[in-house]
Structure formats: C-alpha cells, structure tokens
Design a protein around this ligand. Structure first.
Ligand code: ZN
Length: 445
C-alpha cells in the first residue's frame, strides 16, 4: 500500500485514509448497518459462544434489519474472552490468522486476540486516521515509546505511523535517559506513550538540563490508561507540546478505536469500523446522547475475532453535535473513569480521576500521587499521598499547612468526604514505565 505517497504535501488538509471521517451521516449509518449484518452473520456461523447465546434468545442474524436491532444481540464480557482462552472465540481457521496479541491480565490467564491479514490492514488504516487527527504527516518523526510485544500498543502505533509515511523510532518503553537522548538527537516531533510514562520523561529531561523549547517535539499521543484534562493541561503547560488523547483496547483491536482531534473536545470514534452504544451499567437500557453510561463497542469489520457488544466498563457519553474540525464521525467524552476502578469509601463512590482532577487544581501539586486504601476496625480508610514542589517545605510565607488545607478542601469539595492527605517530597512516589498504579489496596491484607 502506498497511500502515503499521496500525502507528502504538508498543506493538504485531509489524508486519503481519513475520508471516512468526513462521510455523510446517512451514508455512514448505511455502511454501519451493512457491516453489522455481515459481522453478525459471520459471528453466528463461526463463533460457538455467540451462536449459543443467540439461539437462547431466539435471535437470528436476519433479524438485524436496522441499527437499533443491535440491542437484540447478546453482550460480550471480558470474562468471555478469558473463559474461552486461548482460541475459543476465533472465527476463522488458524491458517488465516496472521498475528496474535495478548493482554496481560492482572489475575490469571491473559486474553488472546487474533488478526487476519485484512484485520491488520483495517487496524493500520485506523491508526493512520488516528495520527492524522493529531495533525501528523510524512516528515514527522514519531518516537514510539509504547511497549513492543504482546501488548497491542507498540506494533499498532508502529505500522500506523509507517503507513502514514512518517519516520518511526521503535524505541519501546523504558530506558528514560536514552528516550531523552533520542528525542533530542533524532529530532523527534511526536511521541507515543502512556501519560504517566511521559510525566516521568518530563522529570528526567529536567534533571538532564533539557529545555523543552529547544526540542522539535510538538505532539504527544497519550493513552492506554485513564487521565484527566487537568493532566493534559499540566503536560502542555510544562512542555509546550499538544497532548492528544488516544483510545483503544486490545479486546476490540488495540489503539486506534478513537482519537481526539485538534479541537480537543472529546474523542472521535472510527464509527465505520467500531459501532458504539451507551447503556446504563445497571439496567442495560440504552442511554440518550449526552448522558453518561457504559460504553459498548461492536467490531464491524474484524474477521479473525469479531467482538459483539463488548462491555468496556469505560464510563462516558456520546457527543452528537458536529465537531468544528469537520469530521462527521461522532465523538465520546474523554474517558477518565472506568467502573472497574471505582471503590467505595464511607458509602461514597470514588474514582482515582476525581482525586487527580482535584489535586492538579492546586499550583504547588506535582502530577504524582497515590491512593492507599486500608481497613481499621472494620472501617475503610483512604489516604491520598501527593508530591508537592520542594519549596512548599521551605517556604515560610505559604508553607505546608496552607497547601495541605487547600488540597484537602479541593478533594473534599469533589468527593464530598474528608480523607487523609499526606504531602510528600518530589520523587517519593514510585514512577511507572507503563501504566501507572494509582491505587494501593491493603484492605484485605
Ligand atoms: Zn474533531
């Protein structure tokens, strides 16, 4: 494929691969329906679990006559991918599978995902459209600090960046000193990483005496863990780059399911390949546009392992209004919350991202924090440990007490309860090379 040959003009506005982003609404919905019918048929004929559940409900593939009929289909849960480990959901013979990836399960067996040659092409195209959303072109030098290997992040971004016509540096994660050296010496213009790893690189660069203004880096493509708009503003303010939120999950395809555009108001979903719904996580009832619920995704083109109505546990809402960037594919709001991440303290639902948003509103806060949960006498306790700038500990005008009170109030304001707060010196909290561990749960120890 030489699609990038047509994209060597920096003045061009639309990458050829991005054409579906601008499709007319009725065309897009017609295409979705056509693909939904085909993938339902494919999954029914080739995936035993899906067929079983369809038969239980008395639903046949030909019952899908409109997009709303998707609600007749059964959900897929993450446990379904685990229970059928390793190959139980594959819908093509093994000789048509050209790639396997796996996600590291926190407990027990990982989940395995498969791609045909065509699936790989779809993924690559979705990643080209992702990078195009961030304004990247051929001529850009993309430092890919996502982990290479079974994790989908590394190879997903790699092939997309090549297909875009950009130059890829396949550096993978870790070795921060080399990351900074390469960033400076190779003239990196864009970096792909988890936001928490990039925060670590910011510190490292400062220690090395690097001035961000001297680097050609202008774009960050950050994802694979929830992060807030406050964190984005921190990163942008600190480095002068534009930080884009990328969305994806291995179960669906990997990175490249959705991406923020330059307007930075939500993430566009590549709806011609991924059909989205929002449901009430408790009642499973569909939620209207603009209202929050659980994001459900159906792969419309994936052959090796179609995933029908996948329950992502990501909490968001659909933005139906047209984006000022001109793309007609719809957006979802930034996913800062996963229902899996939620914990309950004194009867209050708490998400780590709420704490992050509260902390970063206070000037002296560094974006390194941890939440420690413990149990004393049957009562759950929550402690927030957060790093603050070194001068907080020496400043006599606005010292520790003042900053402590302000942060404490900010958290109480968002959560509605008071929790223990500990201010710590810079570089106290362990840094992450990949996904950050924000919550330490000692309640059952
Ligand atoms: Zn847009």
């Amino acid at each position: 494929m030489t699609m990038h040959a047509q994209w060597n003009d920096r003045e061009s506005l639309v990458h050829p691969a991005s054409a579906p982003d601008y499709m007319r609404e009725e065309q897009l919905r017609a295409l979705q329906l056509q693909r939904l019918r085909a993938i339902t048929r494919h999954a029914y004929d080739n995936q035993a679990l899906f067929r079983e559940r369809m038969d239980e409900r008395g639903v046949k593939p030909e019952d899908i006559k409109s997009l709303e009929d998707i609600r007749k289909l059964p959900f897929t849960q993450k446990t379904d991918l685990r229970d059928t480990y390793p190959y139980g959901l594959f819908a093509v013979p093994m000789n048509e599978v050209v790639r396997l990836h796996a996600s590291s399960g926190t407990t027990g067996k990982p989940i395995v995902v498969a791609y045909t040659e065509e699936d790989i092409e779809v993924w690559k195209e979705a990643m080209v459209r992702t990078f195009a959303c961030a304004g990247l072109h051929s001529g850009d030098i993309i430092q890919n600090a996502y982990g290479y290997g079974l994790f989908t992040g590394g190879l997903g971004a790699h092939y997309g960046a090549e297909a875009l016509g950009a130059t890829v540096i396949p550096i993978s994660g870790g070795n921060s000193e080399r990351q900074i050296m390469v960033m400076r010496d190779f003239g990196t213009t864009a970096i792909c990483a988890t936001p928490s790893y990039f925060l670590h690189l910011i510190e490292y660069a400062e220690e090395m005496g690097i001035n961000w203004d001297d680097l050609p880096l202008r774009v960050g493509v950050f994802g694979a863990e929830p992060w807030t708009d406050e964190m984005r503003e921190y990163i942008e303010g600190k480095t002068g780059i534009k930080a884009f939120d990328i969305y994806g999950l291995s179960e669906i395809i990997g990175p490249g399911v959705g991406m923020a555009c330059e307007k930075q108001q939500g993430l566009h979903i590549f709806e011609d390949h991924f059909m989205i719904e929002i449901v009430d996580p408790v009642t499973d009832e569909p939620m209207p546009d603009g209202e929050e619920g659980e994001l459900i995704i159906t792969t419309l083109s994936k052959k090796a392992m179609p995933v029908m109505r996948y329950r992502t546990h990501d909490i968001t809402s659909i933005i139906a209004e047209k984006c000022e960037c001109g793309r007609t594919i719809r957006r979802i709001n930034r996913i800062a919350r996963r229902s899996d991440d939620m914990f309950i303290i004194r009867g209050v639902n708490v998400f780590p991202s709420q704490v992050e948003a509260a902390l970063l509103k206070v000037e002296e806060t560094l974006p390194h924090y941890q939440i420690v949960l413990s149990r004393h006498g049957g009562m759950d306790q929550m402690e927030v440990q957060v790093e603050v700038t070194a001068n907080v500990f020496t400043d006599t005008v606005r010292g520790v007490e003042a900053v402590h009170k302000q942060l404490s109030d900010a958290i109480a304001h968002i959560l509605g309860i008071r929790v223990k707060l500990t201010l710590v010196q810079p570089n106290t909290i362990e840094r992450s090379m990949g996904k950050a561990k924000r919550v330490i749960d000692n309640r059952n120890k």
